[in-house]
Design a protein around this ligand. Structure first.
Ligand SMILES: Nc1ncnc2c1ncn2[C@@H]1O[C@H](COP(=O)(O)OP(=O)(O)OP(=O)(O)O)[C@@H](O)[C@H]1O
Ligand SMILES: [Mg+2]
Length: 282
């Protein structure tokens, strides 16, 4: 469990805080999305959740973050890296090897995983992510989606309980993006791994995450179940975030008085709503 208590952080070279008075807790087994416009503080928050801020990025840090009760300021990042793994926004700078299996082996060897266990973990993680065929491939020859899976595999091989991903689908097409979200859902549901995903693709967030956190200029604007917070459509617009069209449709139908159900987040839900409005149940 991660608990952030009144966290404010200002980078050393900056004139204003990147995070302003953030309090939130992330429970074990949760699937949380963090969104907001560019510069809202998403990456900074992700790095504050595992102690990289303020250990590796210096600045003024107020408040506290505790990972399973351990204060990130009082401990070193190495104390947490077994519990919490992060796939950074720029995966190319995170990757160290040129061949897929070496990338995964690098972390396992560095973490001092016993020799006999290394091969088992390598094969298991490739299997879990559905990429055993990529094992011997050059990373430079992979597609964006495949590369993202390898980056996730390298972190997952270390068996963290919490996985933080910073815009993992930023450079992916809609199909590969959906595939990554599906994979994360599977890891969350089948392995109980806590997922924190930073993402600007609000439509996918609404469909997949259990809880959505919205940042605006470093502060918490919303924190709740997507179906509830998305109903604040006007506020989302003022924050510069376009809610999914299916959500807006249900909002408009509700405003016009022909529909009194909840906000729809998927095309399937919207279809059900339209049939209800048209009295066309088939
Ligand atoms: N190393 C740094 N030094 C000084 N200021 C920084 C640094 N990194 C980020 N910032 C500033 O902190 C604020 C939050 O940045 P952050 O990268 O966390 O936003 P973000 O929501 O992840 O944006 P994006 O969607 O573009 O990735 C911005 O104003 C940014 O300019
Ligand atoms: Mg960012």
């Amino acid at each position: 469990m991660i608990v952030a208590d009144h966290v404010t952080f200002q980078y050393a070279e900056s004139s204003e805080p990147a995070l302003r008075d953030i309090s939130l807790s992330i429970d074990d087994g949760d699937f949380v999305g963090i969104t907001g416009t560019s510069g809202a503080g998403k990456s900074t928050l992700a790095m504050a959740l595992n102690g990289i801020v303020p250990h590796e990025w210096k600045g003024d840090f107020y408040g506290s973050v505790k990972i399973d009760g351990m204060d990130t300021v009082e401990h070193q990042t190495e104390d947490f890296c077994r519990k919490i793994g992060e796939v950074f926004q720029d995966i190319d700078s995170q990757m160290v090897a040129s061949v897929v299996e070496d990338e995964i082996l690098f972390g396992l060897e560095n973490f001092g995983v016993p020799h006999g266990e290394i091969k088992i973990r390598l094969e298991k993680v490739l299997e879990d992510l559905g990429i055993p065929d990529l094992r011997k491939r050059e990373i430079s020859s992979l597609s964006g989606g495949q590369k993202q899976k390898v980056a996730i595999a390298a972190i997952l091989a270390l068996e963290p309980r919490i996985l933080v991903l910073d815009e993992p689908t930023g450079e992916l097409d809609p199909e590969s993006s959906r595939e990554i979200f599906g994979l994360l859902r599977k890891l969350n549901e089948e392995k109980g791994i806590t997922i924190v995903i930073i993402e600007q693709k609000i439509k996918l967030l609404c469909e997949y995450v259990k809880r959505l956190i919205v940042l605006d200029k470093g502060a918490l604007a919303f924190d709740g179940v997507p179906g509830e917070i998305i109903s604040h459509i006007e506020t989302f617009k003022t924050l510069g975030i376009n809610v999914p069209p299916v959500a807006e449709l249900s909002y408009l139908l509700r405003q016009s008085g022909v529909y009194d159900g909840g906000i729809t987040l998927t095309v399937q839900e919207a279809e059900k709503m339209v049939r209800e409005v048209l009295h066309d149940p088939v």
